[in-house]
Design a protein around this ligand. Sequence first.
Ligand code: HEM
Length: 187
Amino acid sequence: MKGTILYCLEETIIEKYGSEKWDECVIACGYKTGHSFVRMIRDDIDETESLNVFLKSAETLKMELNELFDIFGEYWCCTYAPSLYGAFYVGIMSSKKGITKLDWVHDRVTKNIPNARPPRFDFNWITENKLELKYKSERALIDLFISLIKGLNKQFNDSCIIRKVSETDLIIEFLDEPGKTEVIYEC
Ligand code: HEM
């Protein structure tokens, strides 16, 4: 996985819990104290090692992995990506629009990065506000994907009902009233 994901996690934890906590996470992962991903944004970090950083950080912070995914998803969508990848937010005023541009965004942002294997998405509109979405990635991180959708809702003050129907499929219903996001696990 690209180092940008881990650097964002580092910023998220430092911003929310302070650099001493991040250092505890770093040590739990087996790195030396003071380790940072700041110079590794474009590097490929081994997949097992990347997931381990999330797992050990959640353990260190005494929270479930999905809770850390939520905190990360909000920071990525509301702070990190707008500042580092602002160009991709141009013309996107809602989660609905943002979600439908995900395939394009991941393709564009990773085009010139060797070895990038970004997630890809298939869309199928069932009605004007109901979307069937297939998440395609060998990493099997659909729960991280759900957290990032929640982050988009925070960024645009939107809401939706997210049904997780399998480890690769979601049904998303976009709602008119803000602040109502709900996740229903059907698998
Ligand atoms: C400007 C916004 C965004 C940019 C620039 C961006 C870029 C990236 C990059 C560079 C990666 C690592 C890919 C790799 O290692 O090959 C990644 C991973 C990922 N992105 Fe995004 N992303 C953005 C927004 C989003 C949003 C809003 C979502 C979901 C709603 C999302 C879903 C994911 C997921 C689930 C992964 C984990 C990798 C996987 O599942 O295979 N991204 N993104």
